[in-house]
Design a protein around this ligand. Sequence first.
Ligand code: NAP
Length: 248
Amino acid sequence: MSKAIVITGGSRGIGAATALLAGGRGWAVAFNYARNESAAAETAAAVEAAGGKALAVKGDVASEADVIALFDQAVDAFGPIDGVVNNAGIIAPAMAFADMGLDRFRTMIDTNVLGAFLVAREATRRMATSRGGRGGSIVNLSSAAAKLGAPGEFVDYAGTKGSVGPLTIGLAKELGRDGVRVNAVMPGLIDTDIHADGGSPDRARRMGVNTPLGRAGTAEEVAQAIVWLLSDDASYVSGDIVEVTGGR
Ligand code: NAP
């Protein structure tokens, strides 16, 4: 069945790979991005070349107005929303927790926690049957850092990703009777640009050799799990946190 979905942070990495896979299924994909116009245009063109429809919207997930505008534009373009991927997230340079500043904490929490909450709330408002929606699927992006803690590097990031589990479990229980399934995907070391923002572009490849599968994962491998959770093939899966960590 064709679907209309919203992805946050769809211009690059896991969000872009998800958009492309969804496009290949003929789905309509509205996605936002923070600042990288050329990457957004490239992803939109690739989604359409793969057989889907695409709409790229510039906006910040930490801005309530931007999140509402993203969903409004998605509905205007493609009709009722069937799925939402709560994917946009950031990291910051690796350092000891004691050295992290207030601005870093605020930006991290605003983007990864407040942003995820705003997107999940808007998804709920649009898809819950009791609010006029037709049900759907929400997929939240957690991280293996939520269970490992990322000591000495990204404890702040790990803390923000720790909020994804309760958000997912609580909403799955709250929204089941509203026809909305809610799950999370927990990636491990995935080879995307995010590691350059942490100060080590080859981090996933370097550390991936020490995982049980002996390598980093790809954005496409995470996207496969996300699209499955969005699809009707996962019709009885809710409240789950699917690890895509290569066994890490
Ligand atoms: P990425 O390659 O750095 O891509 C991030 C995407 O999010 C880009 O499209 C970026 O837009 C967008 N974005 C950033 N801040 C935003 C904001 N405030 N508002 C809207 N969009 C914003 O990241 P990734 O590796 O694909 O990560 C995606 C998700 O997976 C994140 O939630 C991350 O925490 C999680 N994750 C990743 C890994 C990993 O190893 N890669 C592991 C565990 C969890 P621009 O292109 O405009 O900058």
